[in-house]
Design a protein around this ligand. Structure first.
Ligand SMILES: [Zn+2]
Length: 286
């Protein structure tokens, strides 16, 4: 869950706290400030996103300036599978919010971590029979090395949005799904997170192959061109935390990661991850 900064846009600064904000403009502003990714699962949103008010599941009919700290963009899966219809102001502090907390970092104490794990995917048929497929998915999990308070928030947030799909039973480590739901593709997040991992893995492999070529040693610009293409692929795929995790685990090159996934709008307009809270990122081997 990419940590973000979400400052109030200048155009709203002179509004009073109870002034209504234009909904379309709010969505556009959030898109510009934090990027076209779900704030919670990091899936690329494309055209399919809605405004999320942290206190409720349903998209708000109207928002005020005072609501700004509660607003994020959310994908249909995270909204649909949210387990609570509403939260109270007091309950907000029980959860990990990407626009407030150090939600993910390349650090041993990151509250969330991303792991590719084999898992049985069991489809239940109408006649009571089962089909078992051995799958691999990237799961988002609570990091047992994180401070206990952040672990508790992380666990509640994974549960709140069912970030590993509503069909995943974490206690039994199995995805258990009816044939009907399986045929509907009810949740894209596990698949999209795993697709990002696969693309990140392929990208690392190509960088290694390119670096080994004699031509690349004569022309270092070739590796740089490949790096730029990796940046474009990551931007188009989403799931920034997965890209960060895989590149850090495989290459461990802070400079490469900074230039590929942590560029600012000034450094790489159109192909940066907007709003990333650099001051909440820490670096250390996972
Ligand atoms: Zn989502």
């Amino acid at each position: 869950m990419r940590p973000t900064h979400k400052p109030l846009p200048d155009v709203y600064r002179d509004h009073h706290a109870d002034d209504a904000l234009p909904m379309g403009d709010v969505i556009t502003k959030l898109h510009d400030i934090c990027g076209e990714y779900c704030a919670y699962c990091e899936m690329r949103l494309g055209g399919g996103y809605v405004l999320h008010h942290k206190l409720q599941r349903q998209p708000p009919d109207a928002v005020r300036k005072a609501d700004w700290p509660h607003l994020n963009l959310i994908c249909y899966d995270c909204r649909r599978h949210k387990t609570r219809d509403s939260l109270t102001e007091d309950e907000l502090d029980d959860y990990l919010w990407p626009d407030q907390h150090p939600s993910f970092s390349l650090h041993g104490h990151s509250p969330l971590r991303y792991l590719l794990r084999p898992v049985p995917y069991v489809i239940h048929d109408f006649d009571g029979s089962e089909e078992r497929i051995d799958q691999e998915f990237v799961f988002v999990e609570v990091n047992p090395r994180a401070p206990p308070a952040l672990q508790a928030k992380a666990a509640k947030t994974i549960e709140l949005f069912q970030l590993n799909s509503p069909h995943y039973d974490a206690d039994r480590h199995v995805v258990s799904i009816s044939r009907e739901d399986h045929m509907r593709i009810p949740c894209h997040r596990l698949q999209q997170r795993t697709l990002a991992w696969t693309r990140a893995k392929g990208s690392v492999s190509r960088i290694r192959q390119m670096r080994a070529l004699p031509e690349a040693q004569e022309h270092p610009g070739l590796v740089e061109m490949l790096r730029q293409q990796v940046n474009h692929t990551a931007h188009a795929t989403g799931n920034w935390s997965v890209w960060m995790t895989h590149f850090w685990q495989e290459l461990g090159e802070k400079d490469l990661i900074k230039r590929t996934f942590l560029e600012t709008a000034e450094e790489n307009p159109g192909f940066h991850f907007p709003g990333t809270a650099h001051d909440r990122l820490e670096w250390e081997a996972l």
